[in-house]
Design a protein around this ligand. Structure first.
Ligand code: ADP
Length: 475
């Protein structure tokens, strides 16, 4: 049990480590694909921006600049007059909102980019977002309206073109790391400067299905990783199950040897005692006693012989296929014979009834094996009973098949045991404690014989309520 738990634990731990390693690898691939996609679109966008610049005389921000300069001229006059801090802050906020709105609405870059992407045969559906990183209103004095962290770190005034109306270029290096959590791609950082303002902003594009695009790019590695994990899990499951099955079989074999020893010892002990009895002078003179003891020895020897034959048969059946010696027999007559013989023999204390509707059909059957099969079922019905056994044997033809059922009022079989009772050496838990003698082979033979005839056997049982075994043979 301890060893079994250790194997299970080690296996689960190994699989868990493997899953973690795969997750790390997949995350790396995901991030890499993300970066590649960003880079691709960023390069494409930059290429597009410079193509637009080269080909068109107008700047994509012409309208923006005109509107913003007019607006800035107006506010540059208002700003020096605002002394109250709070009002000034509110004004700055209003200016920022206006600039952002105009930039986002009036620029033509998005249209050009979309057309360029379409020409290049890549996805052209994207949203854009412009974020101001620095804004100054220039009047008599310069009013800083907004400045974000990036701008402070990397003040781009050196890129400012000389004179009025200069447009600063795209920032040559884009130092920000790619943010794989958002779907934004930074296309350009740009400065605009006119008479009344100086502005620096960032232009982002956002593919709504960027995750999908990355997923598509990572699909092969993802699929391979999941597949290999699945294979490992399945292999582990199979190996573990085989191991457990082997252990179960080995335990069953040990049980079988114990039971067998017990079974062999009983007749042997009786024979030994009988032998000792015969040695006694006073018994030898009593002829009736001698006869009785001799009969007992004979009976036990037959029993011993049967047991030994059974062991020999098991190994023979294991090695060779069942060689059936089939003959056409009237199934109803045969059943009547078997049940009647059982009634006067081992089943003499049972109340046995039989009912057949075979319509006189004949079937190809090996008489000896078939008889053994039915006898095994009948013996079990008597053996596994804690009250006076009542056994009903029925036979019908259904779907061109012969169905023979043996129903008893015995101790019944639990659902868990029902799955295994037809296995070799299997004995239901109560069977192991020698209350009911046996070797766990009776039902194994029943199944083997039924299968050798091309049929099958099934059980329907409830603990305490009895069992019904049904043999189905093709007809
Ligand atoms: P054995 O009788 O030698 O133990 P079998 O292969 O005939 O072996 O039966 C396997 C197990 O199935 C038995 O140990 C017993 O627990 C259970 N079993 C078989 N037939 C019956 C029955 N009619 N009623 C209850 N339990 C049964």
């Amino acid at each position: 049990m301890k060893k079994r738990n250790t194997i299970l634990l080690l296996g689960v731990a190994a699989i868990a480590i493997l899953i973690i390693a795969q997750i790390i690898i997949i995350r790396g691939i995901w991030k890499q694909n993300h970066e590649m996609l960003d880079l691709r679109y960023r390069l494409l966008s930059q290429e597009a921006v410079s193509t637009i610049r080269r080909q068109r005389s107008i700047d994509v921000y012409d309208t923006v600049r005109f509107i913003l300069d007019n607006y800035s001229q107006k506010v540059s006059k208002e700003l020096p007059g605002i002394k109250d801090e709070k009002l000034l802050e509110e004004k700055k906020k209003e200016i920022m909102e206006y600039f952002t709105m105009v930039l986002n609405k009036e620029q033509d870059l998005s249209d050009y980019l979309s057309a360029y992407f379409e020409r290049m045969g890549v996805d052209k559906e994207f949203n854009h977002r412009i974020e101001i990183v620095h804004l100054e209103i220039i009047g008599v004095d310069t009013f800083p309206v907004y400045q974000n962290e990036f701008f402070t770190r990397r003040r781009p005034t050196d890129q400012r073109g000389p004179g009025q109306g200069a447009v600063t270029g795209i920032s040559p290096a884009l130092p920000e790391p790619v943010d794989t959590r958002t779907s934004n791609i930074l296309v350009e950082r740009r400065g605009l400067e006119d008479n009344y303002y100086f502005l620096f902003f960032e232009y982002y594009i956002d593919f709504t299905d960027k995750r999908m695009m990355v997923l598509r790019a990572s699909f092969a590695s993802l699929a391979m990783s999941i597949f290999s994990l699945l294979v490992v899990v399945i292999l582990f499951r199979i190996t573990y199950r085989n191991l457990m099955e082997e252990r179960r079989l080995s335990n069953l074999k040990t049980d079988f040897i114990n039971n067998m020893t017990h079974e062999l010892k009983t007749p042997l002990a009786t024979i030994t005692v009988a032998g000792k009895t015969l040695e006694m002078q006073m018994i030898r003179t009593d002829e009736a006693k001698v006869l009785e003891t001799a009969k007992m020895i004979g009976k036990q020897s037959v029993h011993l012989n049967q047991l030994i034959n059974m062991i020999l048969e098991i190994s023979m059946w294991e090695r060779t296929e069942y060689q059936l010696d089939k003959k056409k027999v009237n199934i109803e007559d045969l059943m009547n014979d078997i049940v009647s013989s059982f009634k006067v023999g081992p089943g003499n204390n049972a109340s046995l009834s039989q009912k057949y509707s075979f319509n006189g059909i004949e079937a190809d059957i090996d008489l000896i094996y078939f008889t053994t099969m039915i006898n095994n079922l009948l013996s079990n019905a008597v053996k596994y009973s804690d009250k006076d056994p009542v056994i009903n044997v029925e036979g019908i033809i259904s779907d061109n098949k012969i169905c023979i059922s043996v129903a008893d009022n015995g101790i019944g079989i639990s659902r868990a045991d029902q799955k295994h009772i037809f296995d070799k050496f299997y004995r239901a838990s109560s069977g192991n404690i020698h209350k009911y003698k046996g070797l766990g082979l009776g039902l194994y033979y029943v199944r083997k014989i039924a299968e050798a005839h091309g049929g099958d056997v099934s059980v329907n049982s409830k603990p305490g309520k009895g069992s019904i075994f049904t043999v189905t043979l093709p007809y």
